[in-house]
Design a protein around this ligand. Structure first.
Ligand code: HEM
Length: 465
């Protein structure tokens, strides 16, 4: 292994967490109290991933054999689809970030650990109730903002509870932290407080129509903005799960300078009914290609746990696929053919199942420690990555055919059935991989707390181990 100089005192995670970074920590998994809250968060996240993946397999079966919907009615395709998507977003994609926040605000240990666990349970309860309400046919009609009726109140309240835990952690830990960090955390808290209210408001069907009437879809500017937000998240995530290498500061500086330049470009671009046929739109979106080499360079400025290697490679590989393909999708001629086809499903999967999932696993490994072996299973890694890769490829092919022949996915034919059959196999491989991770997490928690006490964490027991 290469020699790395660690920046003294200023190491981001150590400063953020005010404790020795886990990279070199020999602490055993079962002996650390904070680990328990974070592992529990991982259990909730992977639990929802698994449930949602099996629902995805069910959806893939329904698309191959639509008549099966008659047996399931009224719980047929249209009712399961929002459950699949919302559980992937608010369960799998969100909970690892919740765990990251709990760690950054140091709410995962001491007296607050109990409240953090309660926040996780409330979050999952909201998802469970939400699923029942969507299956019951209640929905605002807005994609990813389907919360309606009593769950539209319950979920924001669960988020508010989590916010209360983070705020309490901030107040009780603030004395031990430097001024800059304290301000950063305070600003973070203020922004986070907006989330439950914004979510409640955005779920109203009256706020804005589900389809943008000005453009009928995204503009180059809106795409650029959302990718830059993802870049910002990518910038921040290493600061909780790795250490900065002082000698490699150069790439950090270059990345921030490029980020600022892209921000200025965003401000200068037109909005609303701007067409993707305008060269300024697709050329400016093409500026994102600079992040394909720059993001890996940025990540080499940090020292990572050994057990994250495979997933780090996966994150960067998916990133290198996502940015150029996403850009190509926006080009005149290509977007016209692929819009609202399976090609877009392929793009969603590249972003969510390929890139975001690899990133979230990387985050979970970083949070749960260097001894973590939950995501070490080689077969599960290969099943997930290969399953996702093939799924994306066949959806792009199906989308391309569908663009020229809109009846292709609706009228059964051999090519479509073969493609949808392969999708089903890919989905089963992905669902099996997530079930393996869930099983390993279950074993890990059982080992940590003792099978007789279930998952209710006992500090005294853990200390005694
Ligand atoms: C991390 C894993 C996954 C994520 C984040 C995810 C996310 C999504 C999203 C966002 C959509 C909507 C796509 C769109 O309309 O643009 C979707 C649709 C769908 N997903 Fe998943 N999914 C995942 C795993 C799976 C798995 C394992 C299967 C199993 C085959 C599956 C089957 C489906 C099906 C059948 C659709 C509907 C496609 C259509 O309407 O034509 N998904 N998924």
């Amino acid at each position: 292994m290469e020699t790395m100089t660690l920046q003294s005192g200023m190491e981001a995670p150590a400063a953020l967490l005010n404790e020795p970074a886990r990279v070199s920590s020999p602490a055993g998994a079962a002996a650390s109290e904070p680990l328990s809250v974070l592992t529990l968060a991982a259990l909730h996240a992977v639990g929802w991933l698994t449930v949602s993946n099996f629902i995805g397999v069910g959806l893939a079966i329904l698309l191959l054999w639509p008549r099966a919907g008659a047996w399931l009615a009224p719980w047929s395709y249209g009712r399961w689809m929002p459950v699949h998507m919302n559980l992937q977003l608010y369960g799998w994609t969100s909970l690892p970030l919740v765990a990251w926040l709990l760690k950054i605000y140091r709410a995962d240990g001491g007296g607050l650990a109990r409240w953090s666990r309660t926040a996780l349970v409330l979050w999952s309860l909201a998802l469970g109730l939400g699923s029942l309400s969507w299956l019951d046919g209640h929905s605002s009609g807005k994609l990813f903002l389907d919360w309606s009726g009593y769950v539209r109140v319950f979920f924001p309240l669960a988020i508010l509870f989590l916010w209360g835990v983070l705020a309490a952690a901030f107040l009780s830990n603030r004395r031990g932290e430097g001024n800059a960090l304290r301000w950063l955390k305070l600003i973070g808290l203020v922004l986070l407080l907006l989330v439950p209210f914004a979510l409640y408001a955005a779920c109203s069907p009256d706020i804005y129509p589900p389809v943008n009437p000005d453009s009928g879809g995204p503009t180059g500017a809106s795409q650029l903005e959302s990718v830059l937000i993802i870049v910002l998240i990518l910038f921040l995530l290493p600061y909780g799960v790795s250490r900065r290498i002082a000698a490699r500061r150069r790439w950090l500086v270059v990345s921030w300078v490029v980020f600022a330049a892209e921000g200025l470009l965003c401000l200068g671009l037109g909005r609303a009914d701007v067409s993707n046929n305008r060269p300024t739109q697709f050329i400016s979106l093409g500026s994102l290609l600079v992040w394909v080499p720059l993001m890996p360079a940025y990540y080499t400025s940090f020292q990572w746990q050994e057990n994250t290697r495979r997933w780090r490679m996966a994150v960067l590989a998916w990133w290198a696929v996502l940015i150029p393909t996403g850009w190509c999708l926006f080009l005149p001629g290509v977007l016209d053919r692929l819009k609202f086809t399976d090609g877009l499903v392929g793009h969603s999967l590249t972003a969510m199942a390929g890139f975001a999932t690899s990133l979230l696993v990387l985050l979970l490994i970083g949070l749960t420690g260097p001894e973590d072996n939950v995501f070490a299973s080689r077969w599960a890694f290969v099943a997930w990555q290969a399953g996702t890769g093939v799924y994306v490829l066949i959806m792009l092919i199906a989308g391309w055919i569908e663009g020229a022949d809109p009846a292709f996915t609706m009228v059964p034919n051999t090519t479509r059935n073969v493609i949808y059959g392969i999708r089903l196999c890919c989905g089963m491989a992905m669902a099996a991989a997530s079930a393996e991770w869930l099983w390993r997490l279950h074993l890990r928690l059982r080992a940590a707390v003792g099978s007789s006490t279930g998952y209710a964490f006992s500090t005294a027991r853990a200390r005694a181990q």
